[in-house]
Structure formats: structure tokens, C-alpha cells
Write a protein that binds this ligand. Sequence first.
Ligand SMILES: NC(=O)c1ccc[n+]([C@@H]2O[C@H](COP(=O)([O-])OP(=O)(O)OC[C@H]3O[C@@H](n4cnc5c(N)ncnc54)[C@H](O)[C@@H]3O)[C@@H](O)[C@H]2O)c1
Length: 279
Amino acid sequence: MRLEGKVALVTGGGSGIGRAIATLFVEEGASVIVNDVVLEGAQKTVEGMGPAGARCMAIKADVSSSVEVKSMFAQIAARYSTLDILVNNAGIGETDAKHGEEIRRKADARIMELMSGGEIGTHWDVTSEMSDVDWSRMIGVHLNGTFFCTREALKLMGAKNRGAIINMSSVAGLGGLEYAPNYSAAKGAILGFTRAVAKEVASRNIRVNAICPGWIDTPMTAGQAESPLLKRALMSRVPMGRSGQPREVATTALFLASDDSSYFTGQWLSPNGGLFIGG
Ligand SMILES: NC(=O)c1ccc[n+]([C@@H]2O[C@H](COP(=O)([O-])OP(=O)(O)OC[C@H]3O[C@@H](n4cnc5c(N)ncnc54)[C@H](O)[C@@H]3O)[C@@H](O)[C@H]2O)c1
């Protein structure tokens, strides 16, 4: 019971990694506010908690909207009057399915070209063809969302001079993902934000850290796994030879949320099976 009596907000908690984090935090004694832009997903997470779900709540809000985030925090303050832990987890892998299909087609073509030993004639051309909307939406959900929620959370945490904030970055933010420059930029920026805010609020006893997961099996990555060729190519780069499970990221979040990590701030941890090593 490492989070006994704590109040935690997990954004994007209606699916994948966010659901696993919310569920583990409740098992460890926390009351969890499960946010998602899809209310049904958040409600399903709370229902899955059994009787412990009674001390939790599902809230619909788009984290990329500062208005919706402010309204969410007003609801949190009204019911709990406090916040001990914030997990900025909400995210999107691609801005539209058509773009995803195109990337998978190109990935398969490039792998075939590579294997045939010839020149690579299929170019990614993602940045040169990216629309303003695709860029802004990705930054809006990940980076703006992290800022909007952190801004409000710090007001509640600052009142008690304690708290833990965990920002979901990615190996894409560390090493760059060739077919997702907007996603990589957003995740890299989240690391910069994490380091700056960690130093800013350290004197208030608020710790800010990030997680950079590798390839984790969730609905977000399910689309990419539809190409067996791409999945095999991706897995060949993971020394442990397998993808990760949401629970394996949740245990990292639990460590960063609990007093077990009391001397950690401004850091990132990367559950990734060896895919990315170093800094
Ligand atoms: N799955 C991976 O391999 C992987 C790797 C590295 C990082 N991540 C990051 O982990 C986080 C969770 O991803 P996941 O794999 O569990 O994906 P997922 O698609 O299973 O879950 C993401 C959740 O976020 C919600 N969401 C999306 N936009 C939102 C918004 N504007 N406001 C509120 N909620 C919103 C979605 O509805 C969904 O329930 C993301 O930030 C993602 O970028 C995932």
C-alpha cells in the first residue's frame, strides 16, 4: 500500500498505459481521478477497479483545452480538495488513420528494398508533407496538455508543499522516430519541461519526473503491429526480443509516484527492453 490515502489524477486513463497506471495506483491505496477525452473509456477503467472504484471518479476532458482542464480541476478540488500525484499520460500516436496507413505502406516498402540489397527508393517525406493541423494537434495534446494539467496541479500541490508529477515521454523523445517528427518533438519537449519544472518546484517538495517507454502493447501501437514485417523489424531492435506490457510501465510510474523515489527529480526512466540505452 505505497499510495495509501493519496489522491492521483491520471490523464488518458481510459486505455492502455493510463488504465494500467490508474488500476495499480488504486491497488496501492490511492483514490484515482481517471481522465479521458473518451468518457466511456475512463468509466470502464473505474468499473474495473471493483469496490475501490467508489473512491475514484471518471472525468471527461480534452487535455489540449485549457478551459476543459480548468473545469476538470474545479471538479477535483470540489470532491478531494487536494492532489498528491499527477500523471500526464494522455496521448495520440497519429493524427489520422490515413497517415498511419501511408507510414505502414512506406515502412514495408523500405524493408523490402533494404532486404533486396538495392537502393532505398521509398522516402519517408513526412515533415515536408505535414499539415499545420497535424503538427499543432500533436503538440497540443502532448505538450500543451502536459502544461495545462501541470499548471493547475501545482496550485493544489503548492498549497501543501508536496506532490509528484510524472510526465509520459517516449523513446521517440530520446532518439527520434523517423516517421513521427511531430510526436518526437512533443515527447522531447516534455523532457525539457520536466527538467525545468523539477528545478522550479523542488523547494516546494514537489518532484517532477518522466517515463520514456519503448514499444508497449496498447491500442496505440496495435495499428503499427498490423504490418507483421514492420513489427518484426521493430522487435529486432529490442534486445529483450519482445514488446512491453502496460503493467510494466505502471510499475515504473508507481515507483516515481511513491516515496521509494524520494530523491528522484528531473529524471527519466525508460522501460524499453534495451531498445534505447544511454542519454
Ligand atoms: N504504447 C507505446 O508503445 C508508447 C510508447 C511510448 C510512449 N507512449 C505514451 O504513453 C501514453 C499512453 O499511450 P497508450 O499506448 O496507452 O495509448 P492509448 O491509445 O491506449 O491510450 C491513450 C489514451 O489517451 C486518451 N486521449 C487522447 N487524447 C486525449 C486528450 N486530448 N485528452 C484526454 N485524453 C486523451 C485516449 O482516448 C486514450 O484513452 C501516451 O502519451 C503515449 O504517447 C506509448
